[in-house]
Design a protein around this ligand. Structure first.
Ligand code: SF4
Length: 305
């Protein structure tokens, strides 16, 4: 496939860049070949449902009853999204998983509401679509939020609900967060059906809001006492104009690599939760059909396919 064929098949969204950086092979399956995953992980839907709860909180539902609202948020992604035809892979069964997710979501939302800053900040934009041109390519995506803190500072943030809390170095290098900050400064936000504005904002903070930090400890440990929240939810970084210019150079390098037809496997931690493992391993010349089939049987037995 030539560079122009690759370019004609992909949309430069934050999600495609993220997939490419996670694993070029996964990027090839999903974005170049348009192969759908066979299943969706319930944990991924849980992350989307938490995002939706955060949106509802700031749109008239601050006092929501999470036990009632969480299952609705989950069902929205299960049944009403673009991917609702793809079966969901639950860890145990639907009822047990949703019950556990709801209990955790209740702790998260309660902790979120307890932080005065979250209530007193003014949400300027939430789940806002953006577009921005970098080196004559247009990138698009959605920013979780941009808010004015009680002290007047502006914070751009991305909610995360992964199992592992990112450290400040990972956040400083986070490609999505850099793209959002770049878009806030030099891009456009969609504020109406066909209405775009140029915010021209250099946020004081570009942050990850790590939602699972609000989970409650169930036992004492060296990290904290039973009943306390797990950790501090915000991981804050600041971006200067020079940082954003350096990011432009980084994007240029990623694009050069992304538009070349040299797909290789990542063989990293990404394989652990990849939705294309079956397909990928069966195409791996180092893995015989017999071994691939045996591996898939074992994954089936462990309910991991
Ligand atoms: S199984 Fe691993 S190497 Fe294959 S596409 Fe997924 S992440 Fe990439």
């Amino acid at each position: 496939m030539t560079k122009s064929e690759i370019r004609s098949r992909i949309q430069l969204r934050q999600s495609s860049l993220k997939d490419y950086l996670l694993c070029p092979k996964l990027f090839e399956y999903r974005h170049l070949k348009g192969i759908e995953a066979k299943t969706r992980s319930a944990k991924t839907l849980n992350g989307s449902a938490l995002h939706l709860l955060m949106f509802w909180l700031h749109h008239g539902e601050w006092d929501m009853d999470v036990e009632n609202m969480y299952p609705k948020a989950f069902a929205h992604y299960e049944y009403s999204s673009d991917e609702s035809h793809i079966p969901v892979r639950f860890t145990k069964d639907r009822e047990t998983d949703i019950k556990a997710f709801t209990a955790t979501a209740t702790e998260i939302v309660d902790g979120y509401r307890r932080r005065p800053e979250n209530k007193l900040s003014r949400m300027l934009y939430q789940e806002v679509e953006f577009r921005v041109t970098i080196l004559s390519e247009t990138f698009t995506g959605t920013i979780d939020g941009l808010r004015e803190l009680p002290d007047g500072k502006i914070e751009l943030f991305d909610y995360k609900s992964n199992a592992i809390r990112p450290n400040v170095h990972a956040v400083a290098a986070d490609i999505q967060l850099n793209l959002y900050s770049y878009a806030a400064m030099w891009g456009e936000f969609k504020v109406g059906v066909d209405e775009w504005i140029k915010p021209h904002i250099l946020p004081d903070y570009s942050s990850i809001y790590y939602l699972p930090a609000h989970k409650i400890r169930k036992r004492n440990s060296p990290q904290g006492e039973k009943g306390q929240e797990m950790s501090y939810p915000l991981i804050r970084t600041s971006k200067s104009i020079e940082d954003l210019r350096a990011f432009r150079k980084e994007v240029s390098n990623i694009l050069k690599s992304l538009l070349k037809p040299w797909y290789f496997k990542n063989n990293s931690h990404a394989c652990v939760f990849c939705q294309y493992t079956d397909l990928c391993q069966s195409q791996n010349p180092l893995v015989t059909d017999r071994i691939a089939s045996r591996a898939n049987d074992l994954l089936n037995e462990l309910n991991m396919t």
